[in-house]
Ligand binder design. Structure first.
Ligand code: PXG
Length: 438
């Protein structure tokens, strides 16, 4: 087992209270199946699939073998003006996996880059279609679309935005869909709130639809606290976008690859957007990689100029990196062989029962579930939003369970290989902890 390094200073950790962490570090040194091992030799049950990404669990042989084979065979190939077979194979497989005609794939290295790519494609698409004035982008309050400037701008989490100036110009936000007390303790889609989709009409009236390029939403909002869309909401957004010639982007960085019990939210909700952004579960989190799924009509619109011309001036040194492609192919093999992309559907009722069994606890203000996601919202301590949930996080970790918190919401998203007995362990642990936090 590796030693804890003596000096923790140099590494500036992302989205972390660095000084608090370094005063009392939590170090993972190994992972297998549903568990991590810490440097003091404890087993930690993974209640979050890493960061919503290790959907097949840890140290899966098909993935590790595919990666090591590929590193030996060819470690890197230039991404521009040169190809390699696995990039084409992976794109074709992903296109088959996604329903409808979202059948062209652009590779990136993260969810944030997938979002930037989709936003750029949307604006460029309208321009080549003779509608260069369509440049405005619409996001949603409480949305999370990554940490780069485009994604941060269409995102709607105040803490992620407030330190970074004026952000990208020309962005506006729809209202979020959370807060109707009739929707509390909802299993699957809330019954109330479909009319909130009409907020897009308000923005169309304000800006005029002829100026709007795209609307981006997470089908289920993850990072900001697990908010499931009201029944019919996404379908209505699609209708409004169609009516006004606006592109609809689903950010499936969290919902993609089986999280909802269907391969994608596109399948689950039966709504087909124009672009879909993914990352995380694409490679089981093992190697950084993202993918943007593009409707055929959008792709084809770019292919009309002279054949020798570069159609889209966009891409990354590691777009379709061969090792990442191998990891993704090994991941898709694992998902397919074990039926993981739909396994969540058979566990969703058990999962929801277990989560909602915490409802009687006095600190629990709301519980929201869908597929293999749960958000357990706690009442906040006076003037200290987030403190109670983080205390629960630390106590869970000490008790051998990894959870995530955002504000005072405990968010759960286990690997899709989870067994019922492990679901019981997760919620038994949380019950015990929630009786201990002040
Ligand atoms: N879009 C969505 C919907 C996401 O959830 C990103 C884009 C950005 O992906 P990258 O790969 O650039 O991080 C995300 C990322 C959490 C948590 O605990 C969620 C994310 C990342 C880290 C933590 O909720 N989502």
């Amino acid at each position: 087992m590796s030693e804890r390094p003596n000096n923790l200073d140099a590494y500036w950790m992302p989205f972390t209270a660095n000084r608090a962490f370094k005063a009392a570090p939590r170090m993972m040194v190994a992972a297998k199946g549903m568990h991590y091992t810490t440097d003091d030799g404890r087993n930690i049950l993974d209640g979050t699939a890493g960061l919503w990404c290790c959907n097949a669990g840890h140290a899966r042989p098909k993935i590790t073998e595919a990666i090591s084979r590929q590193v030996r065979e060819m470690d890197y190939a230039p991404a521009f003006q040169v190809g390699h077979p696995k990039a084409f194979e992976l794109a074709a497989r992903l296109a088959r996996l996604m329903p409808g005609t979202l059948d062209h794939i652009f590779f990136t290295n993260s969810g944030s880059e997938s979002v930037e790519t989709a936003l750029k494609m949307a604006i460029a698409y309208h321009r080549i279609n003779g509608q260069a004035e369509r440049v405005r982008l619409i996001g949603r309050e409480r949305g999370y679309h990554g940490a780069n400037f485009g994604g941060m701008s269409v995102g709607g989490m105040p803490a992620n935005r407030k330190m970074f100036g004026t952000l990208v110009a020309g962005v506006d936000h729809m209202r979020h869909t959370h807060g109707d007390p009739r929707n509390l303790f909802c299993r699957s889609e809330p019954e109330h709130g479909v009319e909130l989709a009409e907020d897009l009409e308000r923005l169309c009236t304000l800006h005029d639809p002829s100026n709007i390029a795209a609307v981006i939403v997470e089908p289920v909002q993850g990072s900001s606290g697990v908010f499931v869309p009201p029944r019919g909401y996404l379908k209505r957004l699609r209708e409004i976008c169609d009516q006004h010639g606006i592109l609809l982007i689903f950010d499936e960085v969290i919902t993609g690859f089986g999280r909802l019990g269907a391969p994608f939210a596109v399948d689950y909700f039966g709504v087909e957007p124009d672009l879909v952004t993914t990352a995380k579960g694409l490679t089981n989190g093992v190697i950084p990689m993202g993918a943007v799924f593009v409707q055929k009509k959008i792709h084809d619109a770019f292919m009309k100029g002279p054949p020798a011309a570069i159609e889209l001036f966009h891409g990354y040194t590691n777009s379709a990196n061969p090792v990442a492609c191998a990891a993704a192919l090994g991941t898709l093999d694992t998902y397919e062989e074990e039926g993981l992309l739909t396994r969540g559907a058979s566990l969703a009722a058990y999962w929801a029962d277990a989560a909602h069994s915490l409802r009687d606890l006095p600190l629990v203000a709301d519980i929201r579930t869908l597929g293999l996601i749960a958000g357990i919202e706690l009442t906040s301590l006076d003037g200290k939003v987030g403190a109670r949930a983080f205390d629960a996080y630390l106590k869970c970790f000490a008790a051998g369970l990894l959870v995530r918190t955002t504000g005072d919401v405990i968010a759960l998203s286990p690997p899709l290989i989870i067994e019922k007995a492990q679901i019981d362990i997760i919620f038994d642990n949380i019950r015990t902890v929630l009786k201990q936090v002040p």
